[in-house]
Design a protein around this ligand. Structure first.
Ligand SMILES: [Zn+2]
Length: 1066
């Protein structure tokens, strides 16, 4: 290495300063790892009182300042207000088509008549990464030909343009292309004739995904586009999602996208927006009163993306532009052919130009996009030639007809928005500011709200992969920051790339939605299973590397994940802990950047075991026989932030059935329920209690009845019922009209379960069973009821319908709140004049009901459709059998499998939360945020027969515990897709807004009101003196914002998301 003298001197001085600074910091606050060691933490806490003493925050927490206090809605209108107005005026009778009112739109004279109507013809092909065919089937049959023909034909027709959306298909195609084809492709992109619009890995559904997965697939796509094509997408094309969230425009804005185009919104809403010239707006986030993150949105008219809905309100007229299906137009340059079958050009042009004018009347400007394509179009040479030749003839004729005052040309989405921007500036056009989202979507007379719940098995599996991948990326990031054997690094990167590409594909709007054919859904299960397995493998390797210290994992090869997915269509299962002669090493991994106290559950083959922590203390556990030769053990572990705990499990020499130092869980079956007299409270009720709260259960009905919180001396009713909604819809639409019946409890078996760490009930009833437990540990999970539901609708008596969980409280609410992509809470209202099914909304991870007295918070580990039709009640659709064929999808959705659903439920007194900001949003308390984090980011367990791990039993890889409002929203070990060349670390940090906690006595997760992070000092890397080059990037790495100084503090406002690119200088 060549070191310049001057630079060496500077480095020396700089290093001195850094060392001085570090020593100073070190003295004040040791690293999290060191601190945990110093505290000599026992993995099992005997005394709960010690907890607060040790668990206190490591930074000064000051008085809570809720970010939401300053939030005010500054939009011209919210989408809730649009729905309210429609409700009043129309009673929500959906128009028969979107065309009637829109064809009457009276064009305001915002642009003078002298300005010709510009019609930008945008040839395109919508390629679903799976729907009726699998990803691979589509690629082999059509997509690869479309892309290859695109290169050939755009070179042949030098004025033709094309747009492409999904990067995943580009990546698959690219791998098989010669350097020459690649460079011809790049030429087209560089010339601007081929636009990569959006450029995300897929065009994701916006109802069910979590922000981690949305950001992940966005980075995967944009990074690919940037690295391989050297371009930056500027517009986002969202043609086929069934409704649009308010989270996605925020992510687009943060990525540097300038314009978004959406299409499939509620038919009524579209009509109204069109007649009011509000089809363009500046989309604003609820919290963004200054409009700092506004993004320009364009709603395309009419319903479908096909040519029939492209040119104006009249479908048969627009279809005449689909030249693939029409006779050729007469070529004016050639002798006039016999008239038979030819449409006179003049008649055609007259009728189409009239349609153009009608379409354009919905907008303020005189420019119109004419999308020309559809699903998997342009897959044959015949179509390319026919569409191009005839469109040229048609455009030439129209452009020459001066009386039309229309200018037609080929262009891209970017060309269209450039012209919009030009006219906006030239004529001073103004657009309203809008806040909110576009649910629920309607198609014909149906509300597409069934897909929020369809194929729940896959939705849950997708989230398991997300959790596993996030942990793997995080630990791999720290593990490969030091010296690592090249082959090991390659294997890690290639496993990570597989996992995130597959997870990305699953966010597609026919994948996570459950709206594909059965064999395609199975293909997604295979992709997710492979992603899960590879991410668990990476996590195991990373942990081995981190513990071995020398960068090779050869001597510690025996780390086995204790979760397995042997087949794609079964639930992920816990692996029985292997019992080795010399003891089994148990490695428990916490991927959260906060310390946590959790109950860990494992399956063991014998009951005579001993668990030993690193101070050689025995760890107490609960033991519960689940099957012959299988026992479940529960024990409490305190985890350091982003770290791991190692325990030893040994089998004693005593009788196999003896319990060494555990407590046998008491299980009482109340199967003779009918004989229990209702007055006999001893037998009909049970109460579970920990230091924070108690829950009373009815052993008759198998439901909780009351939750009481000690500190607040607060009690509230909370019951849970199970219902069956009669369903006539298909994969997409929900058609229940709200008709539901309670599920029979005739054959219900209720067991009461009491251990030293858990208490609750276990209920079996026909096709479903559930657990409701209170953790008897003074901890964040100890403030909530955990509900786990296992259902198998293939065994339900009714052959069609929705299985739902209804939570009933005394809260008097008009609104209910559900989250959007885990990022923000959206205010929803049950509008009685809207059909019941139009009131179902998507939830990704949280729902809230509140009044002046109390708040119910339901946290979920998977997405659901949610509706609150009665004050105090909220229904969660858990799974569905949907028999109606929809969207040319001939198959009913009836491939239900045993499916697991998990919730945490909290009931908070009003004194500890702030009322909602408006009807638009509310904010969770910091404890609620933490509880949700615990659910999203579970502990992972590994076993080993090695003893090499004994040296360090509690380890954190975080430099300091991070304030609880911060979350590592995405972590990616960047790698060039083709050769897996490591390109440093992508780190996305999200600072959540939270409500103040009033006089809440205990914070389980400390917050630091300084609201700062130091990107290069988050991790405790393996290398002693890491030297990072840190850049702040736009969200998805398309562009760089600035270079950061070493150890620079970055301030973040509430709801800020910032992405950093960290590269080691060595
Ligand atoms: Zn699609």
């Amino acid at each position: 290495m060549r070191i310049k003298k001057k630079s060496f001197l500077l480095k020396l001085i700089f290093s001195g300063v850094v060392i001085y600074f570090l020593v100073g910091v070190w003295n004040k606050s040791p690293s999290a790892s060191q601190e945990w060691e110093q505290r000599g933490l026992n993995a099992n806490w005997a005394s709960l009182r010690d907890f607060a003493k040790y668990h206190g925050p490591r930074f000064k927490t000051s008085a809570c300042v809720s970010a939401a206090k300053s939030w005010r809605i500054t939009a011209n209108f919210t989408m809730n207000s649009v729905l309210d107005a429609l409700s009043l005026t129309s009673g929500f009778q959906l128009p028969v088509t979107t065309t009637a009112a829109m064809s009457r739109a009276d064009k305001t004279q915002t642009v003078p008549d002298t300005e010709p109507l510009q019609v930008i013809v945008i040839p395109h092909s919508h390629n679903d990464p799976g729907w009726k065919k699998t990803y691979r089937e589509y690629f082999d049959d059509q997509t690869t030909h479309i892309l290859s023909l695109m290169v050939k034909k755009l070179h042949e027709y030098p004025d033709m343009t094309f747009i492409w959306v999904e990067s995943t298909f580009l990546d698959t195609w690219w791998l098989n292309q010669t350097l020459e084809t690649r460079s011809r492709f790049k030429e087209l992109v560089d010339s601007g004739r081929l636009e990569i619009a959006s450029g995300m890995w897929v065009a994701p559904d916006e109802a069910s995904p979590h922000y981690f997965a949305l950001v992940d697939q966005m980075i995967e796509g944009h990074y690919w586009v940037k690295k391989n094509l050297g371009i930056v997408p500027e517009s986002s094309l969202n043609y086929d999602q069934f409704g649009y969230s308010s989270t996605m425009p925020y992510l687009n804005k943060l990525a540097g996208i300038k314009h978004v185009l959406i299409k499939r919104i509620n038919r009524w809403v579209k009509e109204k927006l069109g007649t009011q010239h509000r089809m363009n707006f500046r989309w604003r986030q609820i919290w963004d009163s200054q409009g700092l993150d506004d993004i320009f949105a364009h709603v395309d008219t009419y319903e479908w993306m096909s040519i029939s809905d492209s040119c104006g309100p009249d479908r048969p007229t627009c279809m005449k532009l689909d030249f693939k299906e029409q006779p050729d137009l007469p070529d004016p340059n050639k002798p006039v052919p016999p008239a038979g079958g030819r449409i006179p050009l003049e008649t055609l042009a007259n009728s189409l130009v009239e349609q153009f004018r009608l379409k354009n009347a919905n907008y303020k400007y005189n420019v119109m996009m004419l999308p020309h394509g559809g699903d998997f179009r342009f897959d044959t040479e015949y179509e390319w030639d026919k569409q191009y030749r005839n469109m040229k003839i048609f455009m030439k004729y129209v452009n020459e007809r001066k009386d039309f005052n229309v200018q037609m040309r080929f262009g891209t989405l970017k060309d269209f928005f450039m012209e919009v921007d030009r006219q906006t500036e030239k004529y001073g056009l103004n657009y309203p500011v809008v806040t909110g989202d576009f649910y629920s979507y309607t198609e014909n007379q149906d509300y597409w709200t069934g897909y929020f719940t369809t194929r729940q098995f896959n939705k849950r599996l997708g989230r398991e992969v997300l959790e596993s991948l996030r942990s793997a990326e995080l630990f791999a990031a720290v593990a490969i920051s030091g010296h690592v054997d090249g082959q090991v690094r390659q294997q890690i990167l290639s496993d990570l790339v597989i996992a995130r590409k597959n997870l990305g594909i699953f966010q597609h709007h026919d994948a996570i939605t459950g709206t594909s054919k059965k064999h395609v859904a199975r293909d997604y299960e295979l992709l997710l299973t492979s992603a899960f397995t590879s991410s668990q493998r990476v996590l195991a390797t990373a942990v081995q590397l981190l513990l071995s210290g020398d960068g090779s994992n050869s001597k510690l090869s025996g780390l086995m994940p204790l979760l397995a997915r042997p087949t794609e269509n079964r639930l992920t299962r816990q692996v029985l802990l292997p019992m080795y002669q010399a003891g089994t090493q148990l490695l428990l991994v916490n991927s959260l950047t906060q310390s946590r106290r959790e109950l860990v559950s494992l399956l063991v083959p014998v009951s005579n075991i001993t668990i030993i922590d690193y101070k050689n203390n025995e760890v107490a556990f609960d033991l519960y026989q689940v099957a012959s030769g299988t026992f479940k053990i529960n024990f409490v572990v305190d985890f350091p932030p982003l770290g791991l705990v190692i325990l030893t499990v040994k089998q004693s020499n005593k009788n196999r059935d003896q319990i060494e130092n555990g407590v046998k869980v008491e299980v009482v079956t109340n199967s003779n329920r009918n004989n229990i007299r209702l007055q006999d409270t001893e037998k009909t009720r049970m109460t579970c209690e920990n230091s924070l709260m108690n829950v009373t259960f009815s052993l008759i009905t198998g439901t909780p009845e009351r939750l009481c919180y000690h500190g607040k001396q607060f009690c509230a009713r909370m019951q849970i019922d199970w219902r069956w909604f009669q369903e006539r819809g298909g994969a997409y639409a929900s058609i229940t009209h709200g008709r539901s019946v309670p599920l029979t409890t005739a054959n219900m078996t209720v067991k009461s379960i009491r251990g030293s760490y858990t208490c609750g009930i276990e209920v079996t009833s026909g096709f479903y069973s559930y657990n409701m437990t209170l953790t008897l540990v003074h901890s964040a999970p100890g403030q909530a009821l955990k509900v786990t539901v296992l259902s198998d609708l293939s065994k339900a008596v009714e052959k069609m319908g929705n299985f739902a969980m209804r939570v009933k409280t005394d809260i008097k609410n008009e609104l209910f709140f559900v989250d959007s992509a885990g990022l923000q809470m959206m205010g929803r209202k049950f509008r009685k004049d809207l059909p019941f099914d139009g009131n179902i909304y998507p939830m990704s991870s949280m729902a809230i009901l509140e009044d002046a007295h109390a708040r119910l918070v339901v946290h979920s580990a998977q997405p659901h459709g949610v509706v609150g039709s009665t004050s105090g009640e909220i229904d969660f659709m858990l799974d569905r059998v949907a028999m109606r064929p929809e969207m040319d999808l001939p198959e009913p959705v009836k491939d239900n499998k045993p499916t697991l659903t998990t919730f945490f439920m909290e009931m908070l007194p009003s004194s500890i939360f702030e009322g909602h900001v408006s009807m638009e949003t509310t904010v969770p308390t910091i404890n609620s945020i933490f509880l949700n984090d615990l659910l999203q980011h579970p502990i992972y367990a590994f076993s080993s027969h090695e003893n090499g791990y004994v040296a360090s039993k509690v380890k954190s890889f975080l430099h300091h515990e991070i304030s609880c409002d911060f979350v590592l929203a995405n972590v990616k070990n960047l790698a060039y897709s083709n050769d897996n060349l490591h390109d440093g670390l992508s780190l996305t940090v999200f600072r959540r807004a939270y409500g103040c906690h009033g006089n809440l006595t205990e914070l389980f997760c400390p917050v630091n009101n300084e609201a700062e992070i130091i990107p290069d000092a988050i991790f405790n890397p393996r290398k002693a003196n890491p030297n990072y080059d840190v850049r702040e990037m736009f969200l998805s790495h398309l562009k760089e914002k600035r270079k950061l100084g070493s150890n620079e503090r970055v301030r973040m406002r509430a709801m800020d998301i910032k992405t950093f690119h960290l590269r080691s200088r060595e």
